[in-house]
Design a protein around this ligand. Structure first.
Ligand code: GS8
Length: 222
């Protein structure tokens, strides 16, 4: 079984799915979608994701989109031996807490960090200067969210408890890009958040994905 992942190695949402495929030791083929030619907005990709975005995953005749739905699908259905149980499926309470922090990433962290990423890394590609007001508003918002993370991570090593889970993994792509900006201080100034970031970003499978993101970003800026 080889999964087909349609996306771009630079894309944060593609990287989120790749990191899970790597953690679960699943075989996959990354099929690049060319944003430059608008391939994501045309058939056949528009049939994989009607919003014309990446990623999309094909598992045989099943096609899924929305990165977090894909990661949950993989972690729920393809738990191979030796791979971590990213959802703590056999532990009712731990699994419940994993889902809480998966939602926190999606509903609190992502809405604050993604506009910062967009302004710094994407807008200049379209010839626009980063909007400093948008950046400032979202840096302030993210600081308050990370205060909650700091308190949480002073009680346990990872977000859902003393075990690495999908909730931690979902943070990797955007935080990786944030660390290359002056706003890395949002992470570095909070000792427990900093230790957590250093831990999760140095996992072999996650590092493989962020190394690919970096290589793709470097070749795109040439
Ligand atoms: C967001 C997908 C998305 O924004 C998910 O899969 O998690 N909630 C969705 N994809 C971006 C690339 S981000 O890495 C994308 O495809 N942008 C192009 C566009 O929106 O036209």
């Amino acid at each position: 079984m080889v999964f087909k992942l349609y996306g771009s190695p630079m894309s944060t949402c593609t990287a989120r799915v790749k990191a899970v495929l790597e953690e679960l030791n699943l075989k996959y083929e990354l099929i690049p979608i060319n944003f430059g030619t608008g391939e994501h907005k045309q058939p056949p990709h528009i049939h994989r994701n009607p919003f014309g975005q990446v990623p999309a995953l094909e598992d045989g005749d099943l096609t899924l989109f929305e990165s977090r739905a894909i990661t949950r699908y993989l972690a729920n259905n393809y738990h191979s031996s030796g791979a971590p149980d990213l959802l703590k499926k056999n532990d009712r309470k731990a699994g419940g807490v994993v889902n809480v922090w998966i939602e926190v990433e999606s509903q609190q962290f992502n809405p604050a960090i993604s506009p910062i990423f967009y302004q710094i890394f994407v807008a200049p590609r379209f010839g626009a200067a980063p909007d400093q007001n948008i950046i400032k508003d979202n840096v302030d918002k993210l600081a308050k969210i990370l205060d909650v993370y700091e308190a949480r991570l002073s009680k346990c090593k990872y977000l859902a408890g003393d075990f690495f889970s999908l909730a931690d993994l979902h943070h990797i792509p955007y935080t990786y890009y944030l660390m290359a900006t002056p706003h890395a201080s949002l992470i570095n100034s909070r000792p427990h958040v900093k230790a957590w970031w250093e831990d999760i970003s140095s996992r072999t499978d996650c590092k493989k994905v962020t190394d690919d993101m970096q290589a793709a970003a470097a070749s795109a800026s040439k």
